[in-house]
Design a protein around this ligand. Sequence first.
Ligand code: GRF
Length: 203
Amino acid sequence: MRKKVGVLVSGRGSNLQALLDACADPSFPAEIALVISNVPGVYALERAEKAGVPTLVIPHKGFPSREAFDAEMDKALRAAGIEIVCLAGFMRLLSPPFAEGWRGRMINIHPALLPSFKGLHTHARAIEAGVKLHGCTVHLVTPELDDGPILVQKAVPVLAQDDEDSLAARVLEQEHKAYPEALRLLAEGRVTVEGNRALIRDA
Ligand code: GRF
């Protein structure tokens, strides 16, 4: 049985596209069964519709608290029988009950080599810091922002002439490889967690 995946988005959805493309192969161990956006009208929703995947818009502004918004997402994910949640450019902090409720079954992609450069504006900060290697990380989600056991990382060089955009583009190319790889590992049940480390069977 392919694992049922819910993807949470807020924007253009290029990582969602990478996951949709991977799942288009029937031998891939996961299928995307629901895409939820907290922002109406974003391109990610169009991508899902084009792939024939059900979408849901839950505008966070309509909720009295983060917990209430997250509870609504949780309800929708569970009603759709979702087993794994992927955050793909989802620009909301998660409440601890939601993060705990999906612990071990929720992953995020972050555009930096964690634990360096948590948070926003990672590419500008990497250039500013003068690092020679930068990249992306797919990790299991815990209640702390951009934390949690690492599943897959991909590195790229930072070149002397790079600006934020050129570096972002180089990293994004790797994100689109890293995310399907990580989803495969989780969907195949090859991940166990020991402390802060994710151990991958048959890596
Ligand atoms: C990506 O860089 C991802 O790493 C970060 O937000 C961006 C989303 O881009 N979390 P997209 O919507 O997947 O194109």
